[in-house]
Design a protein around this ligand. Structure first.
Ligand SMILES: Nc1ncnc2c1ncn2[C@@H]1O[C@H](COP(=O)(O)OP(=O)(O)OP(=O)(O)O)[C@@H](O)[C@H]1O
Length: 272
């Protein structure tokens, strides 16, 4: 089993005291190698849930285990090792400006390097062929030596996903990976992520705003709204009425427009 949540409640540290928790009483079990999509309106809690699974938010209440361990009962060093077995791909990867794409992609391996190897890899990319192969799978083979601040939004997004291919993570937590991509690239990107997860029997939890893509690609759909799980079902069991209810009056809800947790808090490059 990769994740087990029992009556899990999560509050943002920066949230007002009277504010409702971002996640409330969540019960969720995700088995090793499962692929599921998180869907739900803006502010539902999808990003918070992914960051919680990545051990970036300490839950306020409830039971939580990751790969058989309670991350918050571990020492900091042990939790760091546990995080290195997970990969969180944020919607907008925090790539350092002026860095070359090759260096940014190879940073996925930093958690498994010694300090000396990590330093040396910043000066001279350790394995450009591997970075090229990962980028090529997302159609970015020609950007190996481009500067990350000269990439388009969609290219940056795919550069962040190329990192995932180089990590040795057992679970991929991917936040809206196709929000900046056109329909053809979206299909290709989701398929690539899913193939990679299947090939290494990694768990894949992916938040998506494109409900039809979620239904087409993922065998299990979890609908979140107001921090609660509204449904958790195989795609065949998810009806149009359930989707309509999940998003009902969504257009009336203001977009939260909040800053997410800072990259520093989540980890360098959000790649553990
Ligand atoms: N850093 C933060 N500080 C305080 N509150 C936050 C923070 N990040 C999110 N929230 C609040 O937590 C709740 C869940 O937000 P979250 O970003 O997880 O939703 P989401 O489903 O990912 O939304 P979207 O689809 O718009 O990205 C919202 O009420 C939001 O305002």
């Amino acid at each position: 089993m990769t994740f087990r949540l029992e009556k899990l409640t999560v509050r943002h540290l920066a949230a007002a005291q009277h504010a409702a928790p971002a996640l409330v009483d969540l019960d969720l079990v995700v088995e090793a190698g499962e692929q599921l999509a998180l869907i739900g309106p803006s502010g539902a809690g999808k990003t918070t849930l992914l960051a919680t699974l990545a051990c970036a938010h300490r839950p306020a209440q409830g039971g939580f285990s990751v790969l058989g361990q309670d991350p918050w009962a571990l020492s900091q060093a042990a939790r760091h090792r546990l995080r290195a077995r997970l990969f969180l791909a944020p919607q907008a990867p925090p790539l350092p400006p002026r860095q070359r794409v090759v260096t940014a992609v190879l940073a996925a391996r930093l958690p498994h390097m010694t300090l000396w190897q990590a330093f040396a890899s910043l000066v001279r990319p350790s394995d450009p062929d591997a970075a090229h192969a990962a980028l090529a799978r997302f159609g970015l083979g020609d950007k190996l030596y481009a500067r990350v601040d000269r990439l388009s939004g969609g290219e940056r997004q795919r550069c962040g996903l190329a990192r995932l291919l180089l990590s040795s993570a057992e679970a991929f937590l991917v936040d809206e990976p196709i929000s900046a991509l056109d329909p053809a690239l979206s299909q290709h990107t989701l398929t690539t992520l899913q193939h990679e997860a299947s090939a290494r029997n990694a768990t894949l939890v992916c938040s998506l705003h494109q409900v039809e893509m979620a239904r087409e690609h993922f065998p299990r759909l979890v609908g979140l709204r107001d921090g609660r799980i509204v449904f958790d079902a195989p795609r065949e069991a998810v009806t149009d009425a359930m989707i309509a209810a999940l998003y009902e009056n969504d257009h009336m809800q203001p977009h939260p427009g909040h800053p997410h947790e800072t990259p520093e808090r989540i980890a360098v490059g959000a790649c553990f």
